[in-house]
Design a protein around this ligand. Structure first.
Ligand code: HDE
Length: 716
């Protein structure tokens, strides 16, 4: 049986006498999935035994009281990985607090549909009476920092995450049904004005100060919200006794695709209850955690707070008749005009196990909606759809924040998003893109979009709500994929066309999946039948069936501007020419050629078998590069001035022969003297318009001699 480690002595200073690790079992252990662990526990203790203190990589710790020192009174050693890891982790324990709603308290619970409304929405959770899903709620104040008190005069955040079977639905609302501003663009100004003043850093968690009221006085649209904020709604008795509001107008969409507007309400079963201002102030001193404690203790005692979910549903005809705009978040819809219909109940029945992991790391996104619910064009809501995703990256540090347990959906999720900081998933298979045809969808070929069950954006089809329809479609002419591909191909020189065909043959020859090859060649048939045939022949495959083109190409007149070769500039400027020489070469001839290249705007680069001072006819000369390290591929053209003796010696050297072979094969100009002919013969260089005598170099220059190419390689 494993022996539990001895209790850690809290105050152990006697290093030598106390060796808690001595005689303890040694095991190989690691965190997580026990299946993968080695079971060879050498001296007791199961690998997953939680009673042993380890570091973050599973190494058991023998002493959690003393750091490793050089001698009893010596300095601490850098080697002490136990100390370093512990302090390192501690140093980074805090993450940025929320810029607003920093102070909050969360709890888990359950939502139950009490009235099915399939006629109004296809939201999966509202289809059947009795359907349930887990929820997480975070209540908050807005202005104060994470350590501020619970009872300032402030709006309360009421953010609900419903983990439905069709994904997370975050209803990120407040306890007041309207808001200060109408447009997201003003939000940073509003928040700056209410937070601590920029120069003095106070007051904390209070709106009673100059900058807030300065801003408010200049923003008449805030006045409705000010009424609510100055009312007792802003000094609630308990989170359990506040209402929640989605604030914005949203949409319900049913299975037939019909849409209605909707406003969401949470009605507390315990009813509304507030404090008086004098009470609120005194509570701040008596118990700064008044609301957090109240919520925790109620749930702990089994006194579960509950809210009814209500909806106000209305249509465009109603909206049009009102003296306010339903997209204006500073307005509510009186319950007398549109009654609140109760459709569900949420009960909070479990406190968090760990405040940081859950309440602090929870990331709400108003953009998290499920099929059956959609956004309206409320400009405040539209801004929020961007803001919350963005803020999570800076708060939680990684685009993978959705993998943190409190944020992860409880239904499966599959896509081709990959990697990123703190990736904890290990996707299998080759296909990390879509479309792909590597394997069946759902297996290693991965998931696919579903037009039937996937989220589709509601289209209102009326001028007021859809001035520019939101559609996931492409304009008709975008379906022409081949006209310009054909134009490009047909505009190339014959040699360039051969390059394209050969490149395709090379690339597709590396493809091992026959159906992938065939499909690409089938697509080429839409560009040019001859090109497709050349590639098929190059691969030795049957010409596959033509792939279906959404629109056939339109015939256009070829454009010379699209060809490189047709536009090749016959210039030396910016080009680099290598001059090969060796012992005994004629310095005057080298200088002359070099001068000609440079005066034409080119760069001459001297290459020799050795780089230091080389004795040449007429003096000594230093090379810019050694032959083996200066292959001809680095230059636009090459020239060679040698002696018979040196040409003979070089013709026995691979680097020299290859130098000419490559220059020739790459269709470059080769200017040479008579002595070099020996090397050219060895390299298989044949005379043509680009293989010229040294004194002809200037007239030929650095242009490429494409006509030669057919002699040196098979092109498709
Ligand atoms: Fe928020 N709001 N907000 N807000 N809000 C945040 O997101 C923002 C607005 C609300 O418990 C931030 O994750 C913009 C209205 C709640 O974690 C941030 C605008 C309503 C919470 C953000 C608004 C809210 C937030 C900060 C104007 C009521 C706390 C941290 C367009 C309907 C959620 C975070 C929690 C939190 C931005 C306006 C409610 C910065 C830009 C209106 C309950 O993204």
């Amino acid at each position: 049986m494993p022996k539990a480690p001895p209790p850690s002595p809290a105050n152990d200073h006697k290093l030598r006498e106390h060796q808690p690790g001595a005689g303890q079992p040694k095991i190989e252990a690691s965190r997580g999935n026990g299946d993968e662990l080695h079971q060879n526990v050498a001296a007791g203790g199961s690998p997953t035994d939680a009673s042993f203190l380890t570091d973050n990589f599973g190494h058991r710790i023998s002493d959690n009281q003393n750091s490793l020192r050089a001698g009893e009174r010596g300095p601490t050693l850098l080697e002490d990985f136990v100390l370093r890891e512990k302090i390192f982790h501690f140093d980074h324990e805090r993450i940025p607090e929320r810029i607003v709603h920093a102070r909050g308290s969360g709890a888990h619970g359950v939502f139950e549909c009490t009235k099915a409304i399939p006629g109004l929405t296809k939201a999966s959770i509202l289809q059947k009476e009795g359907a349930t899903c887990p929820v997480f709620v975070r209540f908050s104040t807005v202005a104060g920092g994470a350590g501020s008190v619970d009872t300032p005069r402030d709006v309360r955040g009421f953010a609900v995450k419903l983990y439905t079977d069709s994904g997370n639905w975050d209803l990120v609302g407040n306890n007041i049904p309207v808001f200060f501003i109408q447009d997201a663009l003003k939000f940073p100004d509003l928040v700056h004005s209410v937070k601590m003043e920029a120069d003095r850093g106070y007051p904390q968690a209070a709106s009673a100060h100059d900058t807030f009221w300065d801003f408010i006085g200049l923003m008449p649209e805030a006045m409705h919200m000010i009424m609510w904020a100055m009312s007792d709604r802003a000094i609630p008795r308990s989170f359990r006794m506040i209402e929640g509001f989605g604030v914005h107008t949203f949409r319900f969409v049913n299975a037939k695709g019909e849409g209605k507007f909707v406003k969401f309400h949470w009605k507390p079963v315990l009813g509304l209850q507030s404090t008086t201002w004098d009470e609120a102030v005194k509570i701040a001193g008596a118990d700064p955690d008044f609301h957090r404690r109240d919520l925790f203790e109620a749930i702990d005692a089994g006194d579960f707070p509950a809210w009814d979910l209500g909806v106000q549903v209305f249509d465009e005809a109603f909206a049009k008749k009102q003296p306010y705009d339903v997209l204006d978040a500073t307005k509510l819809i009186p319950e007398e005009d549109i009654p609140v219909e109760i459709v569900g109940r949420m009960t909070l029945n479990r406190n968090v196990d760990n405040f940081f992991a859950e309440t602090e790391q929870v990331a709400f996104l108003p953009s998290n909606i499920i099929p059956g619910i959609d956004f309206s064009n409320d400009p405040l809501l539209q801004g929020r759809l961007f803001s919350y995703l963005d803020t999570q990256k800076s708060r939680l540090g990684t685009t993978n924040f959705h993998q943190i347990p409190i944020n992860a959906p409880k239904c499966p999720f599959h896509n081709f998003q990959r990697d990123g900081m703190m990736q904890t998933l290990v996707p299998t298979g080759r296909a990390n893109y879509e479309p792909n045809s590597l394997a069946e969808a759902g297996e290693n070929g991965g998931p696919r979009a579903s037009a039937e069950t996937g989220f589709t954006t509601f289209t209102a089809n009326d001028e007021r709500n859809d001035p520019a329809q939101k559609l996931r479609i492409r304009a008709e002419l975008f379906a022409d994929h081949f006209t310009q591909a054909r134009l490009f191909y047909l505009s190339q020189t014959e040699n360039e066309q051969a390059h394209i065909a050969s490149a395709l043959v090379f690339e597709l020859s590396k493809v091992t999946l026959d159906h992938v090859r065939a499909r690409v060649v089938g697509q080429l048939r839409n560009i040019d039948e001859d090109l497709a045939m050349r590639v098929a022949v190059g691969l030795a495959i049957d010409l596959p069936a033509k792939e279906k083109a959404a629109r056939p190409p339109v015939e256009l007149k070829p454009s010379d501007a699209l060809s490189i070769q047709k536009n090749a500039d016959d210039t030396m400027e910016g080009r680099k020419v290598a001059i090969l020489f060796a012992e005994g070469s004629d310095k005057a001839a080298i200088d002359k050629l070099k001068g000609a290249i440079e005066s034409a705007g080119g760069t001459a680069f001297l290459v020799a078998p050795k780089v230091g001072g080389i004795k040449v006819k007429g003096g000594t000369l230093k090379a810019d590069g050694q032959l083996a390290g200066s292959p001809s591929v680095l230059f636009d053209a090459v020239a060679s001035i040698l002696t018979d003796e040196q040409a003979k010696a070089l013709s026995a050297q691979g680097a020299a022969v290859q130098w000419f072979m490559d220059a020739y094969g790459h269709c470059k100009t080769i200017a040479h003297d008579e002595a070099t002919q020996l090397l050219l013969d060895k390299a298989g260089v044949e005379k043509d318009g680009g293989v010229v005598a040294i004194d002809k170099f200037e007239s030929v220059g650095t242009r490429r001699h494409w006509a030669r190419e057919a002699k040196v390689r098979d092109l498709a």
